[in-house]
Design a protein around this ligand. Sequence first.
Ligand code: ADP
Length: 370
Amino acid sequence: MIVVKDLKKNYNGLDVLKGIDLTINKGDVVCLVGPSGCGKSTFLRCLTRLEEPDGGTVMLDGKEITERDIDATRAQMGMVFQHFNLFPHLTVKKNITLAPVRLGRMSQAAADKQAMELLERIGLADKADVYPNMLSGGQQQRIAIVRALAMNPEVLLFDEPLSNLDAKLRNQMRAEIIKLRQKINTTFLYVTHDQTEAMTLGDRIVIMKDGFIQQIGTPQEVFDHPANLFVAGFIGTPPMNFFDAELVGRGGHYAVVLDGMTVELSENKQQRLAAKGVAGQHVTLGVRPQHISLQCESGSVKARMDVFEMMGSEIHLHANVNGRDMVIIVPTTDINGNYSDAFTIGKEIDFSFSGSTCHLFGNDGKNLEF
Ligand code: ADP
């Protein structure tokens, strides 16, 4: 439905988009995620023609957008912004019907009927005649989405809709949007800098940095198989731990050596590395905090305890390995509640990791397996 090829945008000599390729199919829920300033909003603005790209093409339903009527293109793309932008002096129903009636899309009666159907679908029919300030933040958000839907857009574009909210409301609204997307069958392109939002909302995640797409995949794919160091460190909380290590390959068999401890890689990893003919080399070893173990049956590495954070069901242990910080997640059930004794600050601890859940990155930062 939307096919973007080699999209480029430059502001005053600064290359913000350096060649973006992305295909969005009908019904897709795609999250575009990346740190602030990486070009996400510029990308959205190029799609909606609020900016003219400097290169590349954007096809909507098979036709280049510059050859389409600009108003018709924008009407096909409903926008939901950070600020809900509801009119405070209009009732909920009026907020929803205003644009379609003003733009001559439908009569007031038809727009009213559609508004009631949409409100019914999101469980807010009883709020049709109230004003926005009588609604909770979550309800206002839903109304803003319904208002965008009232124009019957082919795709809904969300530009960081939750970033102004406090953490609790943000979690609630994230859940609201997940529920909503199950009720309305529309294509979503959701832009956020928050990887948790992207992981929970997207069927597909597009990770962007420095004007390039770093990886596209399902949440599970980008979590399990990050394409490079940036994606590995950006996706997942707390972030992945990184260590300097050696990959050793003897007779087509690979192991990783960290601080004198040798860990054999899993069969899958062996095969992927062998298929690519990867040579033994110095690597950055990545291990997620969830995958570090304090049970060390066959060898261990020493670390020094810094602090621990009691999170309720788990403890986040911060430790130091040869000057590098690392985080270990320990389920509280593992230590029978006696965590103060177990984790004294400054104490030396032993840890290990498994050859099936570690990640290996080469000199150029790319995942050596893919
Ligand atoms: P994001 O949405 O990922 O935070 P933006 O697309 O807003 O990033 O911005 C990407 C880069 O482009 C930033 O360095 C920003 O300063 C720059 N930029 C954005 N809009 C303009 C503009 N109209 N003029 C000049 N520079 C801009």
